[in-house]
Design a protein around this ligand. Structure first.
Ligand SMILES: NC(=O)c1ccc[n+]([C@@H]2O[C@H](COP(=O)([O-])OP(=O)(O)OC[C@H]3O[C@@H](n4cnc5c(N)ncnc54)[C@H](OP(=O)(O)O)[C@@H]3O)[C@@H](O)[C@H]2O)c1
Length: 222
C-alpha cells in the first residue's frame, strides 16, 4: 500500500520503519525534506526503502495519509496540502494536541473530529494514539496482549486501517472498533491517564486491555 506519513518525529519514524519492513511503499512528509540533519537522522530508514519529500508530495503519493504531527499543528498542515488532494484519501490520525501546560488542545471535542470536519470528503480513522511509539510497532514486547482502538465513520476505511495496524504486529482481537469519529474523544482523552500511568510505572512502554466478563467471551472479534 502507498503510505504518506506527515511528521518525521518519533512516531513518524517508528511507523515508517515498521511499514517499510512490512513491504509498504512509504514516503515521509517533512516541512524540511532537504535538511541535511534530517536526512542524516533518517539515514537507516531511507536505506530501508522509505523516501522523504514535502508534506504535499507525501500526501499525493499516498492511499493512506498518516498524521504524526503535533495535534496543535495538524489541521493547518493538512490545509496547506489541500482538501482536493486529501479528498479521496484515508487519513490515519495518530495525533494528540497538547498545550504548554500539559492539557489537551481539543477538550470536549477531538483532533480526529476537527480533521474530519475540515475535510468532509476525506475518510478519517483515529487509532494508535493510546500507546507509545515503541509499543505501537512492537505489541509483542508487552507481557500480555493490549487493546488499541479505532474511531471513524467509514467502514471500508477502518478495514484498511485495521490491516495496516495488523502489519505492525497487532492481532485482530486486539483491535476494538469504538464507532464513529466522535469516539476519538475517548482515545485522545486517554492521553491524560496515559501520562498518569507512565508517572506511576516509570515507563511509557505499557498497554491497557479491555477485559470483558467471562460469559461474554473475548467480544473483540472484528
Ligand atoms: N510519541 C509517542 O509515543 C506518541 C504516541 C501516541 C501519539 N502521539 C502523537 O503523535 C504525534 C507525533 O508525535 P511525535 O512524538 O512523533 O512528535 P515529534 O517527535 O515532535 O514529531 C512531530 C513531527 O511533526 C512534524 N511537524 C509538522 N508541523 C509541525 C509543527 N508546527 N511543529 C512541530 N512539528 C511539526 C515535524 O516533522 P518535520 O519537521 O519533518 O516536518 C515533527 O518532527 C503527536 O500528535 C503526538 O501527540 C505520540
Amino acid at each position: 500500500m502507498r503510505i504518506g506519513i506527515l511528521g518525521t518525529g518519533n512516531v513518524g519514524q517508528a511507523l515508517a520503519s515498521a511499514w517499510a519492513r512490512a513491504g509498504h511503499d512509504v514516503v515521509l512528509g517533512s516541512r524540511r525534506p532537504d535538511d541535511p540533519e534530517l536526512l542524516a537522522r533518517l539515514g537507516e530508514l531511507l536505506a530501508s526503502g522509505a523516501r522523504v519529500g514535502g508534506p504535499a508530495e507525501a500526501a499525493a503519493h499516498a492511499e493512506v495519509v498518516v498524521n504524526a504531527t503535533p495535534g496543535t499543528a495538524s489541521v493547518a498542515l493538512l490545509r496547506s496540502i489541500g482538501a482536493e488532494v486529501l479528498a479521496d484519501r484515508i487519513v490515519l490520525d495518530v495525533g494528540v494536541g497538547f498545550l504548554d501546560d500539559g492539557s489537551l488542545s481539543h477538550p470536549g471535542v477531538s483532533l480526529g473530529e476537527e480533521i474530519q470536519q475540515a475535510f468532509p470528503e476525506t475518510r478519517v480513522v483515529k487509532t494508535l494514539c493510546t500507546v507509545d511509539r515503541t509499543v505501537m510497532i512492537a505489541p509483542d514486547s508487552l507481557e500480555g496482549p493490549a487493546t488499541v482502538f479505532l474511531s471513524g465513520e467509514d467502514t471500508e476505511a477502518k478495514k484498511v486501517v485495521r490491516g495496516l495496524v495488523r502489519d505492525l504486529g497487532w492481532t485482530d482481537d486486539a483491535l476494538l472498533d469504538l464507532g464513529g469519529i466522535a469516539t476519538a474523544r475517548g482515545q485522545e482523552n486517554f492521553a491524560l491517564l496515559f501520562i498518569g500511568i507512565a508517572g506511576a510505572t516509570g515507563t511509557y512502554e505499557f498497554g491497557v486491555r479491555v477485559v470483558l466478563p467471562a460469559a461474554a467471551g473475548s467480544g473483540l472479534a472484528p
